[in-house]
Design a protein around this ligand. Structure first.
Ligand code: FES
Ligand SMILES: [Fe+2]
Length: 452
């Protein structure tokens, strides 16, 4: 059994089956230890650059006891501060009740308790009766504490550890592999969040692999079956599909339907995906798919249907000012369909849209998390819709996600069962899960996968 196996510390060993102990998902002690060992050490995706386009625009990002203010302090500069007043510790910016985070615009930050004031650089500009401190409020003692901040992919990233490695180093090789997709040009179509009854790792892992698709989302099987892989990528991992022979140009995410008439099954799959997941496709792709039966003769081979569909959609988007980047098919095959950015962010990339998941603990309870998903696409210049994080009860999410939710809640329950012996992820299709725990253990000092 796993408990007696060899502790896995090297990514190379994840090609063999490993056991992942349940502790990381269910132990209150483990959950408590995460704050200091994990969340205060890693780079965290804290928001989108388009959320703070103007000087003075700010957002907050909360992770357990910590809250961070991210503000555009000048047209070319983003700064991040601990969301706490250095006077007597009042949280500087309140999160409005029921909201995921605060978002607004201010010329400066004024503490609601005694009025200490800070400019957008975090420097204190006003203290009532400052002379009472006898000149001691110097050397930044009255200023906001700085938090490391950087940007990549159109996202703002923060790190609570002043000694943290640079973001570019941290994101390697995910950032380079995703660069051709120009993710910074995409804008959200929708963004939803919910407090859910499972550990944040259970939530993330529900999207870390495609092994579950044939069972959990069996209706997709009508459109063809594709074998999924998962690979360790240092701190991160990625997943993808083995490309069907002769379909190089869609060896990434954009799949045509299988079956007798690929013109029809592609349209069916696109309509189904749009209606039930509202992700992984765009209105342009759906509408071109629906015209395939009129624009291509019966009997057109699958590879040709695929090529025509993608070429036409690309051209129609270009005509309205939406230019898809061109990515070498060999790169697409390597980049796969999604990247798991350690520890709690997943980017499901494509050339014209993306689906991102993130999850955070909700308080110290290992059985609860804040789960979030956002779908992005390319829009014509300044035509992106205004979106914000919308609290959405589980039953109001797209149906395909509700299927995942059902697993998440049941896994959290099941893992607590006295008879559960630890997870046994598929070494080929779910190596991302084992890789995640290998990296978690590096931060936590416990919970390594073991061989069996
Ligand atoms: S705690 Fe902020 S001014 Fe007193
Ligand atoms: Fe799923």
């Amino acid at each position: 059994m796993g408990e007696t196996g060899k502790i896995v510390t090297a990514a190379e060993d994840l090609v063999a089956p490993v056991n992942v102990p349940a502790q990381a998902y269910i132990s209150p002690d483990y959950a408590r230890a995460e704050r200091d060992r994990l969340w205060r050490k890693v780079w965290l995706q804290a928001g989108r650059l388009e959320d703070i386009p103007e000087v003075g625009n700010y957002i907050t990002y909360d992770i357990l006891d910590d809250s961070v203010i991210v503000v555009r302090s000048s047209p070319s500069e983003i700064r991040a501060f601990h969301n706490v007043c250095p006077h007597r510790g009042r949280r500087l910016i309140d999160i409005p009740p029921g909201k995921r985070s605060a978002r607004g615009t201010r010329p400066n930050f004024v503490c609601g308790y005694h009025g200490w004031t800070f400019d957008l650089e975090g420097t204190n500009t006003y203290i009532e009766h400052q002379e009472d401190w006898q000149g001691r409020l110097c050397d930044g003692l009255a200023d906001l504490g700085k938090v490391k901040v950087d940007t990549w992919g159109g996202w703002i990233w923060i790190n609570l550890d002043p000694e943290a490695m640079p973001l570019a180093e941290y994101l390697h090789p995910a950032a380079e592999m995703l660069e051709p997709y120009q993710l910074h040009n995409m804008r959200p179509r929708w963004r939803k969040w919910v407090v859910f009854e499972c550990n944040w790792k259970v939530a993330m892992e529900a999207f870390f692999e495609t092994y579950h698709v044939s069972t959990t989302h069996s209706e997709f099987m009508e459109f063809g079956q594709f074998r999924g892989w998962a690979r360790n990528q240092g701190l991160h991992s990625n997943i993808g599909y083995d490309a069907p022979a002769g379909q190089e140009e869609d060896s990434g995410k954009l799949r045509i339907g299988a079956g007798e008439d690929p013109r029809l099954t592609t349209a069916e799959m696109q309509n189904f995906t749009w209606e039930n997941a509202n992700t992984n496709t765009t209105m342009t792709l759906v509408s071109v798919a629906n015209r395939l039966k009129d624009e291509l003769p019966e009997g057109t081979p699958a590879a040709e249907v695929s090529a025509y569909w993608l070429k036409t959609a690309r051209e129609e988007d270009a005509a309205r000012g939406v230019v898809w980047p061109t990515v070498d098919p060999r790169h697409t095959a390597k980049a796969g369909t999604a990247w798991q950015i350690f520890p709690n962010f997943q980017i499901g990339h494509a050339v014209n849209n993306m689906l991102c998941y993130q999850a955070r603990p909700f308080g110290a309870d290992p059985d609860k998390c804040i789960f979030e998903a956002a779908v992005y696409e390319l829009y014509p210049e300044s035509e992106a819709p205004e979106t914000d994080w919308e609290y959405t009860e589980p039953q109001d999410w797209p149906p395909v996600l509700q299927q995942d939710f059902a697993n998440m809640a049941a896994v959290q329950q099941g893992m607590k069962n006295v008879g559960f012996r630890g997870a046994q992820p598929n070494p080929y299709a779910e190596r991302s899960v084992a890789s995640f725990h290998l990296n978690l253990a590096r931060f936590m000092g416990i919970g390594n996968p073991t061989t069996y």
